[in-house]
Design a protein around this ligand. Structure first.
Ligand code: DAH
Length: 336
């Protein structure tokens, strides 16, 4: 019997030294030490031995059992540290390295967020579902004023609406940060439009505001030019202001950029004017500052509303607005 035990010990230790996976290790453990294992069977059969024999065989068996258990534990630790299960090696790595890509609008948005954060602006996203007060009243659009129809609105049953403009967040931001502050609000906006090649009912805007002492139109022009020249990678970008009307700014402007395709000579892209309409902006109306709890004697500010969808199309040369929502990921991945 002692011989049998020694043989099992030797064979098992030998097998253990060659084991390469946790599964195979477990198999050996069960074969030797399990309920019906070879070592277990031997120990069971000891009951028929005399007391003297039991003592002798028991001693040998205990030593062998301990040795085998220790060897199994050591092997287990070694294999676990290598992550060594057969199953692990069964995986085949067929997935391509890169499966996703950012949408052009996301890329432009991230880029602009970085530019403005570099200039000390807070980034605030606001909500897509807003109150009528936020979307209209707070930004100086009076009740029953035709301006409320200027943008066809998706109204919700509870009287709230899908914001038609990121301007809906202006007063919230003023209340949140207090003057002086600098903030941008990038996000999705909604208009109840008929969808065709050049109209979508969901698009992206980026609102910007700077409120401080002695803010002037010159500051507005500086920041707008900085923004456009960085995003479009143009060093000597020329811009101009034309008057424009928006209830929340006074004076209000349309900021145009010199057409980079024709250098201002006039071409199809700029409809022969030499200029491209880029972003509406202006000095924040005192009524809006007041709604935001800002002291209009001390502070003034500018605001602008950049159309991210349009900017992304310009930057990446995408011609149809529909392409922005239906674009195939292989095409998106190629956009640089
Ligand atoms: N909210 C306006 C729109 O959606 C865009 C806009 C114009 C925002 C002038 C502004 C601004 O902050 O000053 O058409």
């Amino acid at each position: 019997m002692v011989e049998k035990i020694n043989q099992i010990e030797k064979e098992t230790l030998d097998e253990l030294s060659k084991v390469k996976s946790l599964d195979a290790l477990e198999e050996i453990r069960v074969k030797v030490m399990g309920k019906k294992g070879s070592m277990t069977e031997i120990l069971k059969s000891m009951k028929d031995l005399s007391v003297e024999e039991k003592k002798e065989v028991g001693k040998v068996a205990n030593i062998a059992k301990t040795k085998i258990s220790e060897a199994i534990d050591a092997k287990k630790e070694e294999l676990e540290n290598q992550g060594g299960s057969d199953k692990f090696f069964d995986y085949t790595y067929t997935l391509p390295e890169k499966v996703g890509t950012y949408h052009p609008i996301t890329k432009v948005q991230q880029e602009i967020e970085e530019i403005f954060q570099g200039m000390g602006f807070m980034v605030d996203y606001g909500n897509e579902v807003v109150t009528e007060f936020e979307n209209f009243t707070s930004v100086n659009v009076p009740e029953d004023h035709p301006a409320r129809d200027m943008q066809d609105t998706f109204w919700l049953d509870n009287g709230e609406l899908l914001r038609t403009q990121t301007s809906a967040q202006q007063v919230n931001v003023m209340k949140k940060y207090g003057a002086p502050f600098k903030a941008i609000v990038p996000g999705r906006t909604f208009r109840n439009e008929k969808v065709d090649a050049s109209h979508e009912n969901t698009f992206f805007q980026l609102e910007g505001m700077l409120v401080d002492e002695k803010v002037s139109v010159a500051n507005l022009i500086y920041f707008m030019r900085e923004l456009l020249s960085k995003v479009l990678d143009e060093k000597d970008l020329e811009v101009r202001l034309r008057p424009g009307f928006f209830p929340f700014v006074e004076p209000g402007f349309e900021l145009d950029m010199k057409c980079k395709l024709c250098g201002g000579k006039g071409c199809r892209t700029c409809k022969n004017s030499g200029w491209i309409e880029m972003l509406p902006c202006g000095m924040i109306h005192p009524n809006v500052l007041k709604a935001g709890g800002i002291d209009t004697e001390k502070y003034s500010g500018f605001a602008f509303g950049l159309g991210l969808t349009r900017l992304a199309m310009m930057k990446y040369g995408i011609k149809e607005i529909r392409e922005m929502n239906s674009m195939d990921i292989r095409k998106l991945g190629q956009i640089r």
